[in-house]
Design a binder for this molecule. Structure first.
Ligand SMILES: Cc1ncc(COP(=O)(O)O)c(C=O)c1O
Length: 477
């Protein structure tokens, strides 16, 4: 099989500010390893040939050769006839990670721990729903009782909804890509916030659509420029995370919602509102008004597609999400879906149904747990990284920390050497931007968060301390 080749230009964009104070070949190989570990460069990708990469990076060919050699030695890449140096499948990489797996803290995903009541729920599901095992076992639209329960929750949150408006999916990302590939054609214009959830961006890109960006700052929204861009782009589909946005944790102001919906729908756009993190509030749970409820007219509501999931509230392992849309669009999505998958498992759906019966209780527990984790992180950051600015958030799973300098990739690499994996800022935008920011998820246990800040501090000091010793050595000479 011919591997997909990364061009030198693209790799250089993805690498961002990769140069540290150590040996260039080690810095380069570690930076590439980081891109592989966080999924930016997938297995099977062929790295650029050595000469164009050394020309584009402005380093010697020996440096590139030595860094590729190191990637091969660590099992991250291998040589393949006709393709050069190719990234290996993850199993090989996991065995060779520098921090050695054991004791490593992984903050590259923002996944809360499984909800503790899952085992009891499974026992109940088994006792109360024996019929689940007498059915086919999967379907492309969702069980009627589950769709009713999801619809009822929207109605309770202020958006009257019928089961005909709901399709149960395999999580929210499945829903995002299904909507994107059903509604977008190559060359169509689409919009996404920047930064945003990287997998959703990739779903838009995969359709061949052009992707324009709406800026979201770490501390809020510039409504005038967002409306201006929305007007000028005239997209076919706009993907938004209006509540507790990933990665910034911010929520869109009420006034902007209605105006943005009016602007976008007047141009014939669909709006895809991803509410995966919307109901995760800090401190106290409450009913969060869905984005679509901000639409002033019925025809605007028909253009809004809402995606939800139990992935962050109950458990990512359930793989239960859903789409809320006009019934005609749900029918279209169901036809489109069969090309890619044959449906959601009945057993997971039964668990989801029971979880939704206790949803308020689950969300209340999450709100307390996340508040404590967020506080632990904020205190530790204030104590050990006074140069960072960690914005206040009211919910979600992460915060977008301003590092006070453009060195996110370098910090992530320093962290990886000290047993903490964290996705650098550029992962959440177009290549090369957001070097000043890092996404810090507070979905991990408080002790892991505290320890990860200490490790990042140690890693960063070692990295910049090397800087100082180089300077000292030069002074002596
Ligand atoms: C905004 C957003 N959308 C979708 C997803 C994916 O959710 P799921 O696990 O339900 O596919 C995530 C998970 O991180 C997310 O943050």
């Amino acid at each position: 099989m011919i591997a997909q080749r990364l061009t030198a230009r693209r790799l250089v964009q993805l690498l961002g500010d990769w140069r540290g104070a150590g040996h260039s070949y080690l810095e380069l190989s570690e930076s590439i390893a980081l891109l592989v570990r966080d999924g930016t460069v997938p297995a099977g990708t062929a790295l650029p040939a050595e000469r164009p990469l050394s020309d584009t990076l402005g380093v010697s060919r020996t440096t590139v050769s030595a860094s590729y050699q190191r990637l091969r030695e660590r099992g991250i890449a291998h040589s393949r006839q006709g393709s050069g140096t190719v990234i290996r499948a993850p199993r090989g990489i996991a065995a060779e990670t520098e921090a050695g797996g054991d004791g490593e803290i992984d903050l590259t995903t923002a996944c809360p721990a499984p909800w503790q009541g899952l085992a009891a729920l499974s026992a109940r599901a088994f006792a109360e729903h024996p019929e689940a095992f007498q059915l086919l076992g999967y379907d492309t639209i969702g069980r009627r009782d589950l769709r009713q329960a999801i619809a009822d929750r929207y109605s309770a949150r202020g958006l009257p909804t019928a089961p005909e408006q709901i399709m149960v999916t395999l999580g929210a990302q499945h829903a995002n890509y299904l909507v994107a590939r059903t509604l977008l054609r190559r060359g169509d214009r689409s919009l996404i916030e920047s930064p945003s959830y990287p997998n959703a961006r990739e779903a838009l890109v995969a359709t061949g659509a052009l992707v324009a960006e709406l800026p979201v700052a770490s501390d809020g929204y510039d409504s005038a420029s967002i409306l201006d861009i929305a007007r000028r782009t005239s997209p076919h589909l706009a993907y938004l995370i209006p509540d507790h946005h990933n990665p910034t944790g911010q929520s869109m102001p009420e006034e902007l919602r209605a105006e943005l919906i009016t602007t976008l729908t007047a141009q014939g756009a669909y709006v895809l509102a991803d509410e995966t993190t919307a109901e995760l509030t800090l401190g106290r749970a409450g009913l969060v008004r869905p984005f679509a409820a901000a639409a002033e007219h019925a025809h605007q509501q028909d253009a809004i597609i809402t995606v939800g999931s139990l992935g962050k509230t109950v458990w990512g392992g359930l793989r239960i999400g859903w789409i809320r849309a006009a019934p005609e669009l749900i029918a279209r999505l169901e036809v489109s879906r069969r090309i890619g998958d044959l449906g959601t498992g009945t057993w997971e759906q039964v668990l989801a149904l029971l979880a939704l019966e206790q949803y308020d209780e689950i969300l209340a527990a999450r709100a307390i747990e996340h508040q404590a984790q967020y506080r632990a992180l904020a205190e530790q950051v204030a104590a050990h990284f006074p140069e960072w600015t960690m914005p206040r958030v009211r919910g979600g799973v992460s915060t977008w920390v301003d590092l006070g300098g453009h060195h996110s990739t370098r910090l992530a690499r320093a962290g990886a050497r000290h047993g903490v994996r964290i996705a650098p800022g550029p992962r959440f935008g177009s290549p090369g931007v957001f070097e000043r920011f890092i996404r810090f998820p507070f979905s991990a246990p408080a002790e892991d968060l505290r320890e990860s800040v200490l490790r990042l501090r140690a890693g960063w000091d070692a990295d910049t301390g090397a800087d100082r010793s180089v300077l000292a050595a030069q002074t002596v000479i």
